[in-house]
Design a protein around this ligand. Structure first.
Ligand SMILES: [Zn+2]
Length: 101
């Protein structure tokens, strides 16, 4: 009888210990998952910060008054000022008008 009682006790201890191990494992797992989630969020945030919207800078052609992309414009440098034109013709017109004045 004493042996049986001992076996029963051991079973209880075993159940408690195995549950503790399970709980401990679950807690560690939870932490790992939380860390992974945090890492992922951080990475996603970094990607968002890196993805800047493409900004096309536009300028006004003073001859025909059309808005044009700065990168594709014809440019004249006057002292410190720059003038941008949609075409070589507009650029020429501007120069001619300036020379007439
Ligand atoms: Zn023009």
């Amino acid at each position: 009888m004493e042996f049986l009682y001992g076996a029963f006790e051991m079973l209880i201890v075993y159940i408690i210990l195995s549950n503790l191990v399970k709980i401990g494992y679950a807690l560690v797992n939870k932490k790992k998952i939380e860390e992974k989630l945090k890492e992922r969020q951080k990475r996603e945030q970094e990607v968002e910060e890196k993805e800047e919207p493409i900004v096309i800078e536009t300028v006004m052609d003073p001859v025909c008054n059309t808005e044009i992309e700065k990168d594709n414009a014809y440019v004249i440098v006057e002292d410190t000022d720059r003038k941008y034109f949609c075409s070589w013709d507009c650029r020429q017109k501007y120069i001619n008008e300036k020379n007439e004045n």
